[in-house]
Design a protein around this ligand. Structure first.
Ligand SMILES: C[S@@+](CC[C@H](N)C(=O)[O-])C[C@H]1O[C@@H](n2cnc3c(N)ncnc32)[C@H](O)[C@@H]1O
Length: 229
């Protein structure tokens, strides 16, 4: 048994609209409230699925300068790598939303396949963009979502990167940013949250840590909402 998943880099795994909706608490009003950006979207099918529902959504990720085949290959390798480690860390996760490892793998595969189809047919939705400097205009988006990228990798990405990323997200959003999860892979609430809340460079922002009823990685049951004061 181990106390965390060991990853040497940010992995290319994707989640579905159903999963995003569960932890970001997305209702109709959120999905219809204007332009949405999914940043660090990778092989998530959130953009594909929400666009199919008529939402105005853009996905941003550094990998979008790669071909669909290159992304597919990297994503398959990463999924195999993560699934191979899961038996050693099963106790760190609650098996309620996903009842078992097979169901988890199924969700990841569905998300990736839906993404790859949409990436091929609607490439205009997918913009190459990297934190901490995305290149998007000020307040371009009403809602920005960051799922399984910030905070989680607090051992690979330092506090300064997080601070600059949050300030950048605030620059490109008009209404709010939602970030999930707020723990690292050990399931410990990242110290970066408290530091952001107290950081004088972030004084023009308001932060709300909101409890949610989704908790796959144990303790990962909160989202961070960032707004302008
Ligand atoms: C674990 S995946 C999460 C994908 C998606 N958000 C989801 O939850 O299904 C992390 C993503 O962060 C992306 N990423 C890595 N470095 C980044 C950066 N500097 N800025 C934005 N995204 C980055 C990776 O390419 C990858 O697609």
């Amino acid at each position: 048994m181990k106390d965390r998943m060991e990853l040497e880099r940010v992995v290319l795994l994707g989640r579905t609209l159903k999963e995003y909706s569960a932890y970001f608490q997305l209702g109709e009003a959120d999905l219809r409230s204007g332009r949405i950006l999914d940043l660090g979207a990778g092989v998530s099918s959130f953009a594909a699925e929400s666009a199919a529902l008529g939402c105005d959504v853009t996905a941003g990720d550094p990998i979008y300068d790669l071909s669909a085949d290159q992304i597919a290959e990297r994503s398959r390798t990463d999924l195999d790598h993560v699934l191979a480690q899961m038996p050693d860390v099963l106790h760190k996760y609650n098996w309620t939303f996903y009842s078992n490892l097979g169901e988890l793998a199924h969700y990841r595969t569905i998300a990736r396949d839906r993404f790859l189809k949409d990436y091929t047919s609607h490439r205009e939705r997918y913009m190459t963009a990297s934190l901490p400097s995305t290149g998007f205009p000020d307040q371009k988006f009403s809602l920005v979502l960051v799922s399984y990228f910030l905070i989680l990798y607090d051992d690979l990405l330092n506090y300064d990167f997080h601070k600059r990323s949050v300030l950048e997200l605030a620059r490109i959003v008009s209404r709010e940013v939602r970030i999930y999860p707020l723990t690292n892979f050990r399931g410990l609430k990242s110290e970066f949250i408290e530091r952001l809340l107290r950081d004088p460079h972030c004084a023009s922002l308001s932060f709300a840590v909101v409890q949610i009823d989704f908790e796959f990685l144990k303790n990962a049951n909160e989202i961070l909402i960032v707004r302008h004061n």
